[in-house]
Design a binder for this molecule. Structure first.
Ligand SMILES: [Zn+2]
Length: 195
């Protein structure tokens, strides 16, 4: 029976591959390794996403080598990245860096190194209307790229009232609900990470 964890973060500096082995021992068969930020790779410019995504893809490869798990990867600019970026480079340039992060993830998806955008969406705490509008714009852009690529988008809606909007985009452009399960957050399995 397939047992799929559709939202897992793993890091070598925490339990990494060991956590994946635990999941397999417990009967798990597949994971969606979902990109999240790394303290040691702060995002200051678009190129930083290349380095960050490479680290997530390397973890996927390490898990494939160490287990029999099927490992899928989701890549994308983490919503909270926007806050630091906006403080460092300003509002409009921050949007451009995030858009480039989406495009860089799209390249990996097109090359089949990743299967979905994730995690993308809105910060998981209250933010100003201006930031919310920027994140919504980025989410729309992600959805258009997902539609074009025929891939899924794994997102966080940010606020409880927004769960209804947590959807994936199917190949024909229809929105399909991915359910209302929030990001694992404090009760995440496997590995300690930002969420
Ligand atoms: Zn997460």
């Amino acid at each position: 029976m397939p047992i799929f964890d559709n939202h897992i973060h793993l890091r070598a500096e925490f339990r990494g591959v060991e956590a994946a082995r635990d999941f397999e021992r417990a009967g798990g068969t597949a994971v969606l390794l979902t990109h999240s930020p790394y303290d040691e790779i702060p995002i200051h410019r678009a190129e930083d996403y290349d380095k960050a995504y490479t680290k997530t893809l390397a973890m996927a490869e390490a898990v494939r080598k160490a287990t029999h798990l099927q490992v899928f990867v989701a890549l994308g600019p983490y919503p909270v990245d926007f806050l630091g970026l906006q403080g460092a480079v300003g509002h409009a340039p921050a949007i451009e860096v995030m858009r480039s992060g989406i495009d860089r993830a799209a390249e990996h998806i097109a090359a089949q190194r990743a299967v979905a955008f994730g995690e993308v969406g809105r910060p998981h705490f209250p933010v100003s209307e201006e930031i919310l509008a920027a994140c919504n714009g980025l989410l729309e852009y992600t959805m258009s790229r997902a539609r074009e690529l025929g891939c899924a988008r794994h997102s966080r809606a940010g606020r409880a009232s927004s769960w209804r909007q947590t959807t994936s985009t199917t190949r024909d452009g229809r929105e399909r609900s991915l359910g209302r399960r929030p990001c694992p957050g404090k009760r995440r399995r496997g590995s300690r990470t930002a969420s």
